[in-house]
Design a protein around this ligand. Structure first.
Ligand code: HQG
Length: 178
């Protein structure tokens, strides 16, 4: 399992942030060729074969990665800093969505709202537990409640990634309950 987690972290790096780390090209929709990925990982001493890659994709706790129908291409479902078009469709959100952060960011968020920072989107979840986990990556979590329906009705789009993460371009402060 430890190996799979290590490979998953490496794949997150390559498929979301730094394809150049192994000298691989991503297409405009974030896909990379599976054979090339395996070959280039091995060339960089990250041992990988197709069976292991498939296991990582299937067992991944957050379903971070997806194959195309033919299993010839793979991409990350969300979380990118590289500018790709994941072809999300605008989706009507639930009334409230949640964002986990930490106290040191709150004053700035109160003024500027939630920004996407380095990533392509602001990440939100439908449940508190996920938001608590996300915030806990940085310390004691602070949970923000986002009036998602209100935002949506005011014309701000939401997207739902294949792995159930709610995404939007920004959350102006007036829609956040602190
Ligand atoms: C904060 C992981 C100051 C924001 C997680 C967050 C998630 C502001 C940080 C996914 C701000 C950005 C994404 C503002 C936002 N001023 N700080 N105006 N607006 N922030 O990592 O949401 O395991 O880019 O609160 O579980 O923490 O990698 O976003 O603390 O799902 O799959 O700036 O990454 O998923 O941090 O995490 P991030 P995030 P994986």
């Amino acid at each position: 399992m430890k190996d799979l987690k290590h490979i998953s972290k490496f794949l997150s790096l390559v498929l979301r942030h730094k394809p150049e780390e192994i000298g691989i090209k991503m297409d405009v929709n974030g896909w990379v060729n599976v054979d090339e990925l395996i070959e280039k990982c091995n060339a960089r001493k990250q041992k990988l074969d197709f069976e292991t890659l498939e296991e990582v994709v299937i067992t991944n706790d957050k379903q971070r990665f997806a194959f195309n129908d033919e299993y010839t291409m793979i991409r990350a479902n969300q979380g990118h800093t590289v500018n790709v078009d994941l072809q999300f469709e605008a989706t009507q959100p639930l009334e409230y969505l949640y964002h986990g952060t930490v106290a040191k960011f709150v004053d700035e968020i109160k003024v500027n709202g939630l920004k996407r920072m380095q990533r392509l989107h602001v990440h939100l979840s439908k449940d508190l537990d996920t938001a608590i986990k996300v915030g806990s990556r940085r310390g004691k979590p602070v949970i923000l409640k986002v009036h998602a329906s209100k935002m949506y009705n005011d014309g701000l789009p939401f997207y739902l990634s294949k792995n159930g993460v709610w995404l939007c371009d920004e959350v102006p402060a007036k829609y956040i309950e602190f």
